[in-house]
Design a protein around this ligand. Structure first.
Ligand code: ADE
Length: 246
């Protein structure tokens, strides 16, 4: 069977997964490290996108062209934008929009030129598995010990762009501008829409889960690194484990 790719942006989000790999093999390609092996009895490739849309597109393309993956699952963190999307919650993406894309007046704001599309959809079946895996993970006691007793799983639109959103003002304006164009966005991050676009080009099913590390507000620059160090890999561990066992 072709391997499934498990993609994260940062090593902290991937930590722990490499240690679980059966028959691990590390390969270098495109200035990146790729870990091949088996996880819960399934062939996988673990990779890092690094940060931002271009870097994510490179890793995604390499996974498909060089490593022959036929499914991609992204696990990482995001800033909460939607009302009620709290630190410790999980968002499973239904689709993606690039909040920093604007070729108006030639094309409508947010539309990806020549694709005739603004929103790129995740695979429904893979996303449903990821949603189930995330719900099970949140019921796990080891997350409660971090204080996330009332964490929940949301499913909906995620916005990606090459900006770390770190003020209440920017986060509100981003949310309201997107809402005004008919896009009710739950969370913001920096890679998902690029993975989505490459996967659509190649016809590769993909799904994304993002744990909320901060609220993309004035304390995001403090909340984000703290969460990424202390909690992110625990979520990844539990959710990916559940996912591969479904
Ligand atoms: N990923 C996690 N938090 C984020 C934020 N506030 N902005 C962009 N990407 C993020």
């Amino acid at each position: 069977a072709p391997p499934i790719a498990i993609l994260s942006a940062l090593p902290q989000e991937q930590r722990g997964l490499i240690g679980l790999l059966h028959k691990p093999r590390k390969l270098h390609h495109a200035s990146r490290e790729f870990w091949l092996g088996e996880l819960h009895g399934q062939p996988v490739v673990l990779a890092l996108s690094r940060i931002g849309k271009v870097a994510a597109a490179t890793t995604t393309t390499a996974l498909i062209e060089r490593f022959g993956v036929r499914r991609i699952v992204f696990t990482g963190v995001a800033g909460g934008l939607g009302e009620g999307v709290k630190v410790g919650d999980v968002v499973v993406a239904t689709d993606f929009v690039q909040h920093d894309l604007d070729a108006s007046p030639l094309f409508p704001r947010y539309e990806v030129p020549l694709y005739g599309k603004t929103r790129f959809h995740c695979d429904a079946a893979l996303s449903a598995l990821l949603f189930e895996a995330s719900s099970k993970a949140l019921a796990h006691e080891s997350l409660a010990t971090h204080g996330f007793h009332d964490a929940c799983v949301h499913q909906g639109l995620i916005a990606s762009g090459d900006r770390f959103v770190s003020s209440a003002e920017e986060s509100r304006s981003l949310h309201d501008l997107l809402a005004g164009a008919g896009h009710a966005v739950l969370a913001v991050e920096m890679e998902g829409a690029a993975v989505a676009q490459v996967c659509m080009d190649y016809g590769i099913p993909f799904a994304v889960m993002r744990t909320i590390s901060d609220r993309a507000d004035d304390s995001a620059h403090v909340d984000f690194p703290g969460f990424v160090e202390a909690v992110a890999s625990r979520y990844a561990h539990l959710i990916i484990g559940n996912f591969l066992n479904l």
